[in-house]
Design a protein around this ligand. Structure first.
Ligand SMILES: [Zn+2]
Length: 311
């Protein structure tokens, strides 16, 4: 079995790099501690709304999340998420609001994870992905799944409680598998989803079903989408993907058959690419590279052996 060496390990996988933030989950139920952390002068706060936050460019060419001290932040106690504390003792909170605050700075702008993930430091990207994941879950779980009563926020954004039946609901994360399949000629199987623009090819992916192992899920998805049978499956890395609530589990998988038969529903076209095929297709513009923030790009690079050529 191949051992995969990640030649791009110096460039961290977006949203998966160490953020330097300790989530300090043990503080989430301690209201006195949270109140003290909130009012501490070093505490930093940002607003998250509809999956976006404000980002800004710094004079030295970086891009950062715009944060303010808590005394400048709008008061919305009910939607305050504690995200954690860094190793200098600075605590971070996100406020979920219906809209982002207006900004006077010319370069400040709202951005979602797909844009900001490529620009922000691992710390800021980690804070934003945590806040957006909580916001998505809070927005979609306002009612108790046991009794239908309206639930209330607790644990600094990490629990919703039902006042009627006492149920506690925790943020859910839906596991999804994403895999680069290679054949015995070491070609890579890439597919094009029905709703993607012409020329966009990427790894196959799908959700883990109830009662299924992730290895079974990889094999089932590849067969369903492309008609290819998979043998060995090797785990590579994971990536939070809160669109709205997935965790992408990335694999390399070895095919034991090569004939392709796409399902035509999710995948419109799939092809085996040699490295030379892919290089030529990228350079001619026939194939568009995968989105930069996605683990798909990293899996393809891992097989390709070096950064992907630019079109
Ligand atoms: Zn209930």
């Amino acid at each position: 079995m191949t051992t995969w060496t990640d030649h791009s390990a110096d460039r961290p996988l977006t949203f998966s790099a160490p953020s330097g933030i300790d989530r300090s989950a043990h503080h989430r139920l301690d209201e006195a501690w949270l109140a003290a952390a909130w009012s501490h002068p070093t505490t930093r706060v940002f607003v998250v709304s509809g999956g976006q936050a404000l980002i800004d460019d710094t004079p030295d060419g970086r891009t950062e999340l715009i944060t303010t001290p808590s005394f400048e932040a709008p008061l919305t106690e009910a939607h305050r998420y504690y995200l954690g504390t860094d190793d200098e003792g600075v605590s971070y909170f996100a406020l979920q609001k219906d809209s982002l605050p207006g900004r006077m700075d010319q370069s400040a702008r709202p951005a979602g994870l797909r844009e900001a993930g490529l620009l922000l430091s691992p710390r800021d990207a980690g804070l934003l992905v945590h806040a957006v994941a909580l916001e998505n879950w809070q927005r979609l779980h306002r009612f108790c799944s046991r009794c239908g009563e309206r639930t209330v926020i607790a644990a600094a954004g990490h629990i919703r409680r039902c006042p009627a039946c006492g149920a506690e609901h925790y943020p859910r994360t839906d596991p999804a598998v994403i895999m680069l399949v290679t054949d015995e000629e070491d070609r890579a199987l890439l597919g094009r989803q029905v709703h993607w623009p012409e020329g966009r090819f990427s790894t196959l992916a799908g959700f883990v079903e109830p009662g299924e192992s992730i290895e079974q899920s990889v094999a089932r998805e590849v067969f369903e989408e492309a008609g290819v049978v998979v043998g060995d499956v090797e785990y590579i890395a994971s990536q939070p993907w809160p669109f709205p609530s997935s965790l992408m589990l990335g694999f390399m998988a070895r095919a034991t058959s090569s004939e392709i038969q796409v399902d035509g529903e999710e995948i419109e076209e799939a092809r085996w690419f040699s490295r030379e095929d892919l290089r030529a297709a990228f350079e001619s513009g026939e194939v568009l590279p995968p989105y930069g923030i996605s683990i798909a790009a990293r899996l393809i690079e891992l097989w390709y052996g070096k950064p992907l050529p630019k079109p």
